[in-house]
Design a protein around this ligand. Structure first.
Ligand SMILES: [Zn+2]
Length: 459
């Protein structure tokens, strides 16, 4: 029997161990998509206790605790931080096969030097140890200690980027913290507070003015080093409309009337196409996240708002519409570098084949299948994503892992990913499916670990 999570965790063959320990392990990290708060980075936030770090906003953990039958009082309610930690420790102690089990133990090892096992019995010892260590840990120390070279936060176009500016001017901190452009609110014409949001962007009287303002904000983001945009949506829309039709939909919304479903789709198609062309012109990567059904429990949503652990995988989005959307940009040579993420793992093969239809010599893997996302961010999900990309696309060009996290401890997920990557490629070599060619293997593993991302995002 192998030891529990030892140095060869997830590495079962000599080749896998070689690829991981000799090539991947010590490479720096580029975290090209996360939700860290730049103000907390600038102010070098510290945490009072491990519950604040681990359970403060982590809805992955909340839903696991609910599944284990923990009362809400101990999850998001008014129980003390120590009581919440106890319930978490009892929950995780039995969460066999769940990635949170592995992530939590990697974090305990990497950041707190704890080699033991977290469960209800050890909760007090872990609580004491972590809280003691947290006295000397901080946001910046955690980022630097994780060997992060650059990270991309997620920001609204109306954001002043004041914290990014301050971080860039602070010579004591060597990690690049770049903004990412996420105009979901500008796309959200169906939302009740849409007109209030528009006011945050300025005086906007027409659709063409909206496009102009969003382009100006994008240029502002680019002046701060922004290399990537992001869109979250249920499905990538494609419903072409004339300029007059789109303007009429926008004017109707300005007059306070909500759009019909088809008008909403026409508006979103038009705006996303405009932005896509601009991303191409400025060399900004376009990320599209879709396939989610959000806020399924209205009861929890009413109490806690969004991102409370009650989202799920949605119906398969329309591959036909996604392909038509990408095709519309490709038609005029204005398709930007694009990363596709569907939360529905059933879409993986379809996405990779759609990508293949639009690849060009403009970049290595100009279209990318994003790293196994959210409910797929686990061992089986990663193996599935990597295997499909290898079989139907070009794994060697993959930009690799991101954390998509709000926590400063989540860099352990890059380690988790690299171990799984090395195990998978190592197994192909061990099995005679790929030659034991050190130079090629190094190019592939270094590429997926960091170099492809550096090249793709121009960092
Ligand atoms: Zn995200």
């Amino acid at each position: 029997m192998k030891a529990f999570m030892d140095k060869d965790f997830l590495l079962s063959t000599e080749m896998a161990k070689h690829l991981y320990h000799e090539i991947a392990e010590d490479l720096p990290i580029i975290d090209y998509h996360c939700h860290l708060n730049p103000q907390e980075i600038y102010e070098d936030r510290q945490f009072e206790n491990i519950t604040q770090v681990w359970l403060g906003g982590d809805h992955y953990k909340w839903r696991l605790m609910r599944s284990a039958g923990v009362e809400e009082k101990f999850i998001t309610g008014d129980a003390s931080d120590r009581e919440k930690f106890q319930k978490w420790a009892e929950t995780i102690g039995l969460a066999v096969g769940n990635p949170l089990y592995h992530w939590s133990h990697l974090e305990l090892r990497n950041y707190f030097g704890y080699d033991g096992i977290l469960n209800g019995d050890t909760a007090e010892e872990v609580w004491q140890l972590c809280n003691e260590k947290l006295k000397v840990l901080s946001a910046r120390k955690l980022i630097e200690g994780s060997n992060v070279k650059a990270l991309c936060t997620t920001d609204d176009p109306a954001d002043s980027l004041e914290w990014h500016k301050k971080i860039a001017e602070d010579e004591s901190f060597g990690v690049k913290v770049l903004p990412s452009y996420r105009p979901d609110k500008a796309m959200g014409i169906e939302k009740a507070d849409y007109l209030d949001y528009l006011k945050r962007l300025g005086e906007i009287g027409s659709f063409s003015q909206l496009v102009e303002v969003l382009k100006r904000r994008l240029a502002f983001f680019v002046s701060f080093g922004c290399r990537v945009s992001d869109h979250g949506m249920e499905a990538v829309p494609y419903a072409p409309a004339t300029a007059d039709e789109v303007e009429a939909i926008f004017q109707k919304r300005r007059a306070g009337v909500l759009p019909t479903a088809s008008e909403e789709k026409q508006f979103k198609t038009a705006l996303l196409l405009e932005l896509g062309r601009e991303y191409h012109r400025l060399g900004v990567v376009m990320q599209l996240h879709f396939g989610v059904t959000r806020d399924n429990s209205r009861r929890v949503f009413r109490a806690l708002g969004p991102d409370a652990g009650v989202d799920s995988i949605g119906d398969a989005p329309s591959i036909k519409e996604l392909a038509a959307f990408l095709g519309a940009l490709d038609d005029t040579g204005e398709l930007p570098k694009t990363i596709l993420y569907s939360l529905n793992p059933n879409d993986n093969a379809a996405l990779v084949t759609v990508m293949g239809a639009f690849q060009t010599g403009e970049a290595v893997s100009k279209l990318q299948h994003g790293s196994a996302w959210w409910f797929n961010d686990h061992k089986a999900g990663m193996i599935e994503q990597l295997t499909t990309l290898a079989a139907d696309g070009y794994l060697a060009g993959f930009v690799g892992m991101l954390t998509d996290s709000r926590s400063f401890l989540s860099y352990a997920r890059h380690e988790y990913f690299r171990r799984i990557l090395c195990e998978l490629i190592g197994s192909w070599v061990e099995n005679g499916e790929y030659p034991n060619d050190e130079s090629a293997l190094r190019t592939i593993v270094e590429g997926i670990s960091i170099k492809n991302a550096e090249r793709y995002f121009g960092l």
